[in-house]
Write a protein that binds this ligand. Structure first.
Ligand SMILES: Cc1ncc(COP(=O)(O)O)c(C=O)c1O
Length: 381
């Protein structure tokens, strides 16, 4: 067996079809999209075709998509650019307690700049309660930002219901869809979304490219200044090969067939792991969970130790989101759903992709029970 990669929520391998689509933009089609000559126009046309693909995939208008360097930048732009441009309206922002670190840390920074942030509780499966959101909105609230599919426990929020509340109170609504994009239907109009964060490397596209959907008419200011690219909102020579790869990844990824395949493989994985004694699933079951996500709490073991032993067997797993892997703090997401520090530290995430095979899950299940048994025997807990 080759190395088995079950950390697709951190990043995914680039689809060979995506790489093929990108290659000409490294070699013969290398123009700068701002240049007026043939090579420049070639690049610009490719970029605009890609923008259209991405806009259509979420029911947006083409000009409402701004390319960025990825999810982190889009989330920072959505929060900071909106906060500063709309501060005459109020100084209050609402997010959930299970946002990605880039939203959490952007909010902490905004608090230092004088903004007030409410961090909404979630229930034991990670769902934001619609009534909690409604109660938290004040006359000073300018933005609500709620993650769509959670990167650690796979919870898929009901954006339609949350969006209705934001619309009713005339508050801007942003969502981070880095984990759910192409796996769950997203429609900016049906869900009342004003801003949407998207990225490519979670969907078999290249790293370092993402987008922000900004509804026409939204008050937003540039955060990065320069030559006026991307409707003057995000200056910098566009990453054409990345943009082309991003759109190709969307085209390849948007298929109910992939979602059905991953769902049945995820359920096989969950069923198999839950047969090991003293294991619990973190996050919801069924169709309210991302089709590629599984996360388990193993009693009396450190998650890091499980990850280390799995790696020795040639299997990649994760003890949390890749971005916070350098800290030894327990996951804020697992704490928010009511896990204790010990339980959070005893948890691991296994995330599949449409390229994961049944044989790979069988290989995992051949080795995981033995690893757990061994670690429990040597556990001081
Ligand atoms: C939910 C979520 N938001 C944002 C990001 C950051 O995206 P990027 O790596 O493109 O900056 C990630 C990736 O880890 C993510 O999972």
């Amino acid at each position: 067996m080759n190395y088995i990669y079950l950390d697709n929520a951190a990043t995914t391998p680039v689809d060979p079809k995506v790489l093929k689509a990108m290659m000409p933009y490294y070699t013969e089609k290398y123009g700068n999209a701002s240049s007026g000559h043939t090579k420049g126009r070639e690049a610009k046309d490719a970029m605009e075709r890609a923008r259209k693909v991405i806009a259509r995939s979420i029911g947006a208008k083409t000009e409402e998509i701004i390319f960025t360097s990825g999810g982190t930048e889009s989330n920072n732009m959505a929060l900071k650019s909106i906060a500063f441009e709309n501060k005459n309206k109020g100084n209050h922002i609402i997010v959930s307690k299970i946002e990605h670190d880039c939203v959490v840390n952007a909010c902490k920074w905004l608090e230092k700049q004088g903004f007030k942030v409410t961090y909404l509780d979630v229930n034991e499966n990670g769902f934001v309660r619609v009534e909690d959101l409604e109660k938290a909105i004040t006359k000073d609230t300018l933005l609500v930002s709620i993650i769509h599919g959670n990167n650690e426990i796979g919870t898929i929020q009901d954006l339609k219901k949350l969006g209705e509340v934001c619309k009713k109170h005339n508050v801007l609504f942003h969502t981070d869809t880095c984990q759910s994009y192409t796996k769950v239907d997203i429609n900016v109009n049906k869900m009342n979304l004003d801003l949407v964060t998207l990225n490519a490397h979670k969907i078999h596209g290249p790293k370092g490219i993402g987008a922000l959907y900004i509804r026409n008419g939204t008050n937003i200011k540039a955060w990065q200044h320069g030559g006026g690219h991307e409707r003057n909102l995000r200056s910098g020579t566009e990453n054409i090969h990345g943009i082309v790869g991003f759109a190709e990844a969307v085209k390849q990824g948007m298929s109910g067939k992939h979602v059905r395949y991953m769902t049945q493989l995820r359920d096989k994985l969950i069923k198999g792991v839950l047969e090991i004694p003293e294991v619990e699933l973190n996050g919801p079951v069924g169709d309210k969970r991302l089709c590629n996500n599984a996360n388990f709490y193993f009693k009396r073991i450190e998650g890091e130790a499980i990850g280390g032993y799995l790696d020795l067997k040639g299997i990649a797993s994760s003890t949390g989101s890749a971005c916070s892997a350098h800290t030894l703090e327990p996951s804020h997401v697992l704490l928010a759903i009511g896990r204790s520090k010990e339980q959070a530290n005893g948890s691991i995430r296994l995330s599949i992709s449409r390229f994961t095979t049944e044989q790979e899950i069988d290989y995992l299940m051949k080795h995981l029970p033995g690893i757990i048994k061994k670690l429990r025997l040597i556990s001081p807990l």
